[in-house]
Design a protein around this ligand. Structure first.
Ligand code: ZN
Length: 275
């Protein structure tokens, strides 16, 4: 298991996100996040057993599939992009599409590969653990590439500097729930996240500190003071003892003016409907 930060031989836009449900921007644990035994080699996107998992691109070759004691039901797909070989790995699948056989080609990205589950991970909730690989010969011998090398539409993935671990929007209550903390030598450190938002039609950003839901679980919330409009949203959290801000959904960003978390209008953002 090795980590690879840079990977430029495949275009940034070569791939699409492997989940297409309404919370596809969910990132619950990011790539290279520190863990007890080994840093996290992939991305965890929580879902449930109704959420299908798809290839990242058309014409995916089924390189491997099977069972692993820690990964549960897993599938490895291989893509040839401009003569560069790259792979995607999916783990903890509740089930694998029985039509998917090793050595076959999945011509369409719209063919589901598996369903989100929690096989092989004990008492964790259903989630997709997925990775982009530059090399694969077995699960024990693979090179995991940073997802920052690619564009994922609404979703952006930060490296281990990311502080936003969970983002859930409850539209009925117009409330955005966020779990945010920094990690410092293996222990969790609180951040006090800001929400940066505006009606989509406006050019004027508003900034507010999010309300603490639970300081022990690092959960925060914010209820939008609007109705019947879409809002553009970014989250910003200042890292512990640091001049750096971590953004969601934008990547880890170092602002010149560290007292001002305002993004530019062209930065990536969530767009949510407030009923
Ligand atoms: Zn994972």
């Amino acid at each position: 298991m090795r980590f690879q930060e840079m990977y430029s031989s495949v275009p940034r836009t070569a791939f699409g996100f492997p989940l297409n449900h309404s919370l596809q921007y969910r990132v619950n644990s990011s790539w290279n996040e520190p863990r007890a035994k080994e840093n996290h080699p992939g991305i965890d996107s929580y879902g449930d057993r109704t959420h299908y998992v798809y290839p990242l691109a058309n014409n995916a070759f089924v390189e491997d599939k099977g069972w692993s004691d820690t990964g549960g039901n897993f599938v490895v797909l291989k893509y040839n992009i401009n003569n560069s070989i790259v792979y995607s790995l999916y783990m903890h699948l509740d089930r694998i599409n029985p039509a998917i056989t090793k050595g076959s080609i999945i011509s369409s990205r719209n063919t589901w590969v598996g369903v989100v589950g929690n096989t092989g991970c004990g008492d964790c909730g259903p989630h997709l653990h997925w990775e982009v690989l530059s090399s694969y010969s077995s699960l024990d011998s693979r090179i995991s590439v940073s997802p920052n090398n690619f564009d994922w539409g609404n979703a952006q993935f930060s490296d281990d500097a990311a502080v936003f671990k969970r983002v859930d929007y409850h539209s009925a209550s117009r409330t955005l729930y966020v779990r945010a903390y920094d990690t410092d030598v293996g222990k969790r450190v609180p951040v006090n996240p800001y929400i940066i938002f505006k009606p989509t039609s406006s050019t004027q950003w508003n900034v507010a500190q999010m309300t603490v839901v639970s300081s022990s679980t690092f959960d925060y919330k914010y209820t939008f003071p609007y109705s019947g409009t879409t809002v553009d949203v970014m989250l910003a959290g200042r890292r512990n003892n640091s001049e750096y801000w971590s953004y969601y959904p934008a990547k880890y960003t170092n602002l010149n003016n560290s007292s001002n978390p305002l993004p530019s209008l062209t930065d990536s953002k969530l767009t949510l409907y407030v009923p």
